[in-house]
Design a protein around this ligand. Structure first.
Ligand code: PMP
Length: 457
């Protein structure tokens, strides 16, 4: 067994090009490598037999937890009966039709159709094309620019990497800047003027957006893209009144709104969609992760009635839409999605998020709220973050070179709990499976407190 494990690690370092990894350090064996063998509930076990509570649900995606027999059976059954057929030219499978209906039944009001993809990135690429197509159909070829927020995360493709407002995903690749613009992140804790109330900061963000629209010309701005809660940018819930203020600006200038619900879709915030939670009325919704709980890769763009009607009119005039993936609506992934959505209902997981999420948040506040190096504890549902600071009174951040966040996360792992060191700032992120129990929530909080004390005293 040990030999086999050593072989695997060597093959990994020699042959496997990992995403988002320090390539040289990994290849040279200077950074830890971990091979995961199995998962059950909120736990994963690696090939060395070490078990960890996965308080990040993989990458905020294993929402129903690991090891669900029902989804495994649905995948196997679909593979046996029909592993694949495409969705071009009006073809479907029973699974893809059923899943599309289930998604629309659960989606916010006025959503009409689902276009299926494989990843959050490709779904956002689809959204961008649909937005451009929409404005071409409407005879507004100049209305093409898309605004997202600094710290927004929308994918790693060519356009979606540009849409993502995190430097690491853009620099070194010469991604196209145009026609993407970025506006201020609704990051209340890091606001420049600390005397601002949440409402005032929301008004400030909306003003910044309006200034940008006016500077560029409203007839050049097609859409605004945002996650209901900033995810990879730091797990940052919006300040009070943010979405109301932003939507008022977008309506004023006839700008489409894309809610990127790749993380928040299907229950993470204690409502089926984050849009329900914040009163967002999107024209497009991006879904992925929680759609199948990552048992199979599947994403979607949910298109509103308003956009759908225009797209249909355009297609009647211009011909079939020239946009498709071989694996759009892949039946095995759709079967996984159906079983996953059924499980979310059967296990009342959205209710569990509300109850256990509140418990988890209260426990985090109680354990960490007064710690001198904890600047902010924040979250919604089962998505939370702890932001560490050098000095909480004058909100001084640690020198990034100290890598305090990664050190705390490493210390947590030693205690058998996986959290994520968010990429910008010393931010410890949590997004556990939605089936988390109170005992498991307490275990995460205890490990966090212990690790912070160990690293920072
Ligand atoms: N949008 C959001 C909000 C995301 O969090 C992510 C992935 N973390 C994506 C899009 C991209 O999804 P994928 O990695 O599946 O391409």
């Amino acid at each position: 067994m040990t030999d086999r494990r050593n072989d695997l690690t060597a093959w990994d370092r020699n042959h496997f090009f990992h995403p988002s990894t320090a390539m040289g350090a990994h290849a040279r064996g200077e950074s830890p490598a971990r091979t995961i063998a199995s998962g059950e509930g909120v736990y994963i076990t690696d090939t060395a037999g070490r078990r960890s509570l996965d308080a990040f649900g993989g990458l905020y995606c294993v929402n129903v937890g690991y090891g669900r027999q029902k989804i495994a059976d649905a995948i196997a059954e679909q593979a046996r009966s029909l592993a694949y057929y495409h969705a071009y030219a009006g073809h479907s499978t029973e699974a893809s039709i059923t899943l599309a209906r289930m998604i629309i039944e659960r989606a916010p009001a006025n959503m009409s159709r689902v276009y299926f993809g494989l990843s959050g990135s490709d779904a956002n690429e689809t959204n961008i094309k649909l937005i451009w197509f929409y404005n071409n159909i409407l005879g507004r070829p100049e209305k093409k620019k898309i605004i997202s927020r600094w710290r927004g995360y929308h994918g790693s493709g060519i356009m979606t990497g540009s849409l993502t407002g995190l430097e690491a995903f853009q620099k070194n690749f010469d991604l196209p800047r145009s026609p993407i613009l970025h506006t201020e992140a609704p990051y209340y804790f890091r606001r420049a003027d600390r005397s601002m109330s949440e409402e005032a900061f929301s008004a400030h963000c909306a003003e910044k957006l309006e200034d940008l629209i006016l500077a560029e010309g409203a007839d050049t701005i097609a859409a605004f893209v945002g996650e209901p809660i900033l995810g990879t940018g730091g797990i940052v819930p919006p300040p009070q009144g943010y979405w109301r203020a932003i939507q008022a600006v977008l309506r004023k200038y006839d700008i489409l709104l894309v809610a990127d619900e790749v993380i928040t879709g299907f229950g993470r915030l204690g409502t089926m969609f984050g849009s329900d939670h914040y009163g967002i009325e999107p024209d497009l919704i991006t879904i992925a992760k929680g759609l199948t709980s990552a048992y199979a890769p599947l994403s979607g763009s949910i298109v509103s009635e308003k956009m759908w009607n225009v797209l249909v009119e355009g297609s009647d005039r211009l011909g079939p839409i020239g946009h498709g993936w071989t694996y759009s609506a892949h039946p095995i992934c759709a079967a996984a999605g159906i079983a996953n959505l059924e499980l979310i209902d059967e296990l009342a997981l959205v209710d569990n998020v509300r109850v256990t999420g509140a418990w988890f948040r209260a426990a985090l506040d109680q354990a960490l709220g007064d710690h001198i190096h904890v600047g902010d504890v924040r979250g919604e549902g089962l998505m939370a973050a702890v932001e560490l600071v050098e000095d909480r009174d004058d909100r001084r951040f640690f020198d990034p070179a100290r890598k305090v966040g990664p050190a705390v996360v490493a210390a947590m792992l030693e205690q058998g709990v996986i959290a994520r060191a968010m990429p910008q700032g010393d931010i410890i992120g949590f997004a556990p499976p939605l089936c988390l129990s109170r005992e498991e929530a307490d275990q995460i909080v205890a490990a966090t407190l212990h690790a912070i004390r160990q690293v920072l005293g």
